[in-house]
Design a protein around this ligand. Structure first.
Ligand SMILES: *Cc1c(COP(=O)(O)O)cnc(C)c1O
Length: 397
């Protein structure tokens, strides 16, 4: 059983490359060269050096003793929150921009919702001296103003998306439009395991550094060859696929994907694509996403900006289809409670996205000796205001 992409760019019924004809040459160029470049000695050497010196890898695997006591199992946190720019996102943008350079591209475009992927892309463009344009919904630009200024400090141009709901999906549309207008010397850096083939596979390969490190860290730190569980939150799915990647063919390792239930999967305010989604084509790929009765994309809702996306990547849709990964839905409230708990008992303020993975632990029936690895995908500085507001509604001191 392979959970990897086949030669046609599919994972079972999911995946593929559904793009306008003018983009075929770009997509084909990428399809033909990405594996060769990613595996080349030149790429590997540069990527690994910068992962270590610039991103700060390997990230630690930390035994969270007080959280373990609280949950009733041995909980280990994979500390992606200590990466430069605050999350796992740089693993991907660094790889894609290095690849773009090897393809001779001069200009990088990206889209961003909350701004994290935009900042991670702008950071690498500054490092490697490439022109960078980031598309961002006008509403998101107002909501996430500090990230807009960060991107500008890093030398990027931020272009507002003014159509539709003026949020992430509109920024994606604008970025595709820009790519169509200047296909030859432009490289589009996608922020998750999403988009037309080969993006989902390319991003998965780059993020697989997370589980590559885990394969060494788990035996050394837990004394057990393999973890019993690996748990990660899912927006598009890149930190989840990165954490699962080198465990996919180890059936004893249970893979848990925490989706954002928002206000609850029974409400109209949710982002749980495997619970509420249907198969269709979104942003160049055949996958699961939330739809209106007539098949239009439905707005997602989550308190966490990074999980506020109506779909999941095709490989994750396939892991769901094959029941290789178990999906759980975590509400805004449960994620917020988990974030406050982790801050208080472990001294780690997590990103709201990552707090969904922590909260998911309560939905599993765990035994005290079991080894559970949770991907702590990012840090919570960006969510401070949300935490302050939530805390003020609680009666805690
Ligand atoms: C962007 C982001 C996510 C969601 O993206 P995935 O592709 O699903 O990993 C999760 N956590 C953090 C901290 C993020 O910044």
């Amino acid at each position: 059983m392979s959970y990897q992409v086949n030669q046609h760019g599919f994972y079972g019924p999911y995946g593929g490359a559904y793009v306008p004809e003018v983009l075929y040459p770009n997509i084909e160029e990428l399809q033909q060269h990405y594996q060769h470049i990613l595996r080349s000695e030149r790429f590997q050497k540069e990527y690994e050096t910068l992962l270590s010196q610039f991103v700060a890898r390997p990230t630690p695997l930390y035994e969270a003793r007080r959280l373990s006591e609280e949950i009733g199992a041995r909980i280990f946190l994979k500390r992606e929150d200590v990466c430069h720019t605050g999350s796992h996102k740089l693993n991907n943008t660094l790889g894609q921009v290095l690849l773009a350079k090897q393809l001779g591209k001069r200009k990088i475009i990206a889209e961003t919702g909350a701004g994290s992927h935009g900042v991670a892309t702008a950071t690498v463009c500054a490092l490697l001296n490439l022109e960078c344009c980031v598309y961002m919904g006008e509403v998101d630009m107002q909501r996430q103003y500090p990230n807009v200024e960060r991107m500008r400090l890093l030398g990027a141009t931020v272009i507002p998306a003014t159509s539709g709901s003026k949020t992430l999906k509109d920024a994606v549309n604008e970025a595709f439009r820009a790519w169509i207008n200047e296909p030859e010397d432009t490289f589009y850096v996608i922020g998750s395991v999403f988009g037309p083939h080969p993006y989902p596979d390319m991003v998965a390969s780059l993020q697989s550094v997370i589980s590559k490190e885990l394969r060494e860290q788990v035996p050394a730190i837990t004394g057990q060859q393999l973890p019993d569980y690996v748990v990660a939150c899912v927006g598009g799915g890149s930190n989840a696929i990165g954490s699962f990647y080198h465990f996919l063919d180890e059936p004893s390792v249970q893979l848990i994907a925490a989706e954002a239930a928002g206000k609850g999967i029974e409400t109209d305010y949710s982002a749980a694509a495997t619970f509420l989604g249907k198969q269709g084509i979104l942003h160049g790929t055949q996958t699961l996403f939330m739809q209106t009765p007539d098949g239009q994309v439905k707005e997602a809702h989550s308190v966490s900006a990074g999980l506020d996306y109506p779909g999941i990547g095709p490989q994750l849709a396939y892991l769901h289809h094959q029941k290789r990964a178990q999906f759980v839905a975590v509400t805004d409230k449960d994620a917020l409670d988990a974030a406050l708990l982790l801050s208080k008992i472990e001294g780690i303020i997590p990103a709201l996205e990552s707090a969904h993975a922590i909260a998911a632990l309560r939905q599993l029936s765990l035994a005290p000796a079991q080894v559970v690895v949770v991907c702590l995908s990012g840090r919570g500085d960006k969510d401070l205001e949300t935490y302050i507001n939530y805390r003020s509604t609680q009666n805690t001191l």
